[in-house]
Design a protein around this ligand. Structure first.
Ligand code: IMP
Length: 190
């Protein structure tokens, strides 16, 4: 959420304070989707020892569910990014708030993201990691909101394509709230 403000949404702090989350994808559907992604990833990374990099905070629940289904000798890392700049529209500047502690060179890296929105965060991260010369670099995103894209992003493993609504739950927040909801929901102004 801290990366959403100033990116076209420009939600005020209490814009959704009365909003009730409505279910977009129920937990059973999420479970089936995560299983589908895990099966494909397990197959594609057979014989490899991938490094999964989750982007905090939104990806933590997706990461936890996904890796339990991966039959691979994998490693897990987390990084934290934030966007900065002023004004209504995106400043497009991303900085790393918490970086990597595991070397990436020569590793099969799989980024785990909750949502690709404008694409600016992922574009920054892909560029940052590519410079570190991984053996391979792929992206797994739970959701994709293509209607708001500002830079092209190729998603190798995608859960759901979503409409231009503000999503919460299953790790996603509005103003640090709703991360604990077990379903992917959307917020609507009352
Ligand atoms: P991007 O750089 O615009 O692609 O931003 C991606 C990040 O913005 C995600 O990792 C989320 O933290 C946040 N974000 C974008 N859309 C939503 C949303 O609908 N709900 C909650 N967070 C969002």
């Amino acid at each position: 959420m801290d990366r959403v403000r100033g990116k076209g949404y420009n939600h005020s702090v209490d814009m959704y304070s009365e909003a009730k989350p409505r279910i977009l994808f129920a937990r059973q559907e999420i479970e089936a989707t995560v299983s589908r992604l895990a099966a494909k990833i397990s197959k594609d990374y057979q014989g490899k020892n991938p490094l999964l990099i989750g982007i905090l905070k939104g990806s933590f629940m997706f990461m936890a569910d996904l890796i339990r289904l991966l039959n691979l000798p994998l490693e897990v890392e987390f990084i934290k990014l934030s966007s900065y700049g002023q004004g209504r529209e995106s400043a497009g500047k991303i900085k790393m708030v918490q970086g990597l502690r595991t070397p990436v060179r020569g590793r099969d890296v799989l980024i785990i993201e909750d949502i690709v929105d404008t694409g600016l965060t992922i574009a920054f991260l892909l560029d940052y990691l590519q410079k570190k010369q991984p053996a391979s670099l792929k992206l797994c995103a739970l959701t994709d909101k293509p209607s708001r894209r500002q830079v092209p992003v190729a998603i190798d493993y995608l859960g759901f394509t979503v409409p231009d609504k503000f999503l919460v739950g299953y790790g996603l927040d509005w103003n640090e709230k709703f991360r604990n909801l077990p379903d992917v929901c959307y917020l609507e102004d009352e």
